[in-house]
Design a protein around this ligand. Structure first.
Ligand SMILES: [Cu+2]
Length: 253
């Protein structure tokens, strides 16, 4: 009897400590595995860090740059060419994995070319504000173009965690971390209704593919090589961020 009481008390204490920690930590939504070597398929998770203030997360919308009209920089400088200059097989590389662990539904997002460019998950009771949650997906083996000088290619991943279903105009009405309708893990400067409200471009998660220098050495003319960054276009975010369910847009609405 005494032992049992102690156990319950310990449990209650442990729980309240966790709640306290959850409220003070403000972990942004990021990928569980943010860096992967080229040529290797990885199982990954979107790691949701917190709710919108006290509000639970009821869904999430995730968009990878499609590589069609994406904005590419090489060592920080704009690149006029295409993603195929650096990545030889960026197509349907992202695949959500079925689960009902956090949300009831999950589905792919198809981009302009029919490739999967992201996914959404939502429905059910969702993630309480003080918790963390994983939304699983897979990234197929991504290859760095052998003739390129790329050491790494960083894809910025735009994510909106949803706490309240609203119209598109309400999305930027106040920071989600203090209780707005959504948390915007997006770029701050694309000029879309999904742009993060922030002075710095600190919103998006990212996935960096690093070159396998043993199997795919840099060409001799490359010197130390370059680091590539890939951001989505505003047009892609506007097209691919909304959530469609059975062909109908259900968020924002
Ligand atoms: Cu945060």
């Amino acid at each position: 009897m005494k032992k049992n009481k102690l156990k319950i008390l310990t449990l209650v204490l442990a729980t309240s400590t966790l709640i306290g920690m959850g409220q003070s930590v403000s972990a942004h939504t990021r990928l569980e595995v943010p860096i992967a070597v080229e040529g290797v398929r990885v199982t990954n998770n979107v790691a949701i860090g917190h709710g919108c203030g006290e509000k639970a997360i009821i869904g999430t919308s995730v968009v990878f740059p499609d590589g069609k009209d994406s904005v590419i920089t090489v060592g920080g400088q704009p690149h006029a060419g295409t993603l195929t200059d650096f990545v030889s097989n960026w197509g349907p590389n992202v695949q959500p994995l079925q689960t009902r662990a956090v949300f009831d539904f999950v589905d792919e997002k198809q981009g302009s070319t029919g490739n999967v460019v992201g996914f959404w998950s939502g429905g059910g009771s969702g993630m309480p504000a003080h918790m963390n949650a994983f939304v699983p997906f897979r990234v197929s083996a991504t290859n760095i173009e052998p003739t390129s000088c790329a050491n790494s290619v960083k894809f910025f991943v735009s994510i909106v965690d949803i706490c309240e279903i609203t119209g598109i105009d309400a999305l930027r009405s106040g920071s989600g971390e203090s209780g707005g309708p959504v948390n915007l893990w997006t770029h701050n400067n694309l000029g879309t209704p999904y742009d993060r409200v922030s002075a710095e471009d600190d919103g998006p998660a990212s996935l960096t593919i690093t070159r396998d220098l043993t199997k795919n050495p840099l060409p001799g003319s490359c010197g130390a090589g370059v680091d590539i960054e890939v951001k989505p276009s505003a047009a892609q975010i506007n097209r691919d961020m909304p959530i469609k369910f059975n062909g109908q847009q259900v968020w924002p609405q």
